[in-house]
Design a binder for this molecule. Structure first.
Ligand code: PEP
Ligand code: MN
Length: 336
């Protein structure tokens, strides 16, 4: 059960409400976000929802018996749109493109990428400065130094930054340089990291785990929301399957299903989703048709020389062709 509280609920009203919930043997969890105050009730005794709904201090009450609650569409029918400032919004009704290299490599690469994005009208740049790599000997990112130089150039150009945070300790130093925190597939169920990201007022793009189910992804998002941060987007980036012909199996089904189950924006990552440059455009377009609110994709001036993930990275020319097709596909979808 989700109870949204009146913003000026009094202490006696709150105690009376908690007492009523105790009486029906519901465990209560208080959630305060940047936007509202809630009580999440967990229990399974049948009760008359009106008996709680009429109590003073209750603004709204909904029965949500799924394992995830606050991220469910069952109580918030209107989809969440996330504002990044400067008129930039992500969510139902618009299509967002986030593009950039897998890894931030140098100042020159950042400048070149920004010039490419500006010319294409793309306003959000992706790039890793802390890289989760399967091998400890692979390039692991430029760290804070890379983030700072990127930030300086991106600010000048009016470009927003999305980058991966791997550890709780990195959040605080990164905060002022980041517009969206990315949680990578390998950290999708790092509950300490999710708790901590729930306590900062920055949007979070949460990727699906390598072998994560949709239900696990939604519960991971619930961690962030229940810690106080409602600004979450979910990302389908392919899952591990028995198929070895490509890097991951992009679960297009999940995009359609997530849009039905949650009010949060859903973003597709076709680059990691298939892991092969030649097919990224097709998978990206399929994701639009399945209902994605945006894509995050890897681009590089010389993909074959990229420090990481070159095999799935598009050249600027290939990316330009895809941006325009994605925009056309979105227009078409919105007419259906
Ligand atoms: C990335 O975005 O470069 C990345 C490492 O993604 P994922 O966590 O989905 O593998
Ligand atoms: Mn990558």
């Amino acid at each position: 059960m989700i109870i949204q509280l009146d913003s000026h609920i009094s202490a006696p009203q709150l105690s009376a409400l908690e007492e009523a919930l105790n009486k029906i043997e519901y465990k209560t969890n208080r959630v305060t976000t940047q936007y509202a105050d809630y009580i999440i009730g967990v229990g399974n005794k049948p009760f008359d929802i009106r008996s709680i709904g009429i109590l003073p201090g209750v603004r709204d009450i909904h029965r949500v018996s799924d394992a995830y609650k606050l991220v469910s569409k069952k109580w918030r029918v209107e989809d969440t749109r996330i504002s990044l400032g400067d008129g930039l919004e992500i969510g139902t009704g618009s299509f967002s493109i986030m593009a950039g290299p897998c890894s931030i490599e140098s100042a020159a690469q950042v400048e070149e990428t920004i010039a490419h994005l500006k010319a294409a009208g793309v306003r959000i740049m992706r790039g890793g400065v802390y890289k989760p790599r399967s091998s400890p000997y692979a390039f692991r990112g430029l760290g804070m130094e890379g983030l700072k130089l990127w930030h300086e150039k991106a600010r000048e150009a009016g470009i927003k930054i999305i980058t991966e945070v791997m550890m709780v300790e990195q959040i605080e130093p990164m905060l002022e340089y980041v517009d969206i925190f990315q949680v990578g597939a390998r950290n999708s169920q790092n509950f300490n990291l999710l708790d901590a990201l729930g306590q900062v007022d920055r949007p979070v793009l949460l990727k699906r785990g390598i072998s994560g189910t949709i239900e696990e992804l939604l519960q991971a998002a619930e961690y962030i929301f229940s810690n106080g941060n409602e600004r979450i987007m979910l990302c389908e980036r392919g899952i591990r399957s028995y198929e070895g012909a490509y890097r991951n199996t992009m679960d297009i089904n999940a995009i359609a299903m997530l849009k039905a189950k949650t009010h949060l924006p859903v973003i597709a990552d076709p680059s990691h989703g298939i892991g092969l440059r030649q097919f990224v455009d097709k998978i990206a377009l399929a994701s639009v048709m399945a209902g994605a609110d945006g894509v995050i994709m890897e681009v590089h001036g010389q993909p074959e020389k990229a420090f990481s993930d070159g095999q799935q990275t598009l050249s600027y020319q290939e990316a330009n062709r895809l941006y325009s097709r994605l925009r056309q596909a979105f227009e078409l979808r919105e007419q259906f």
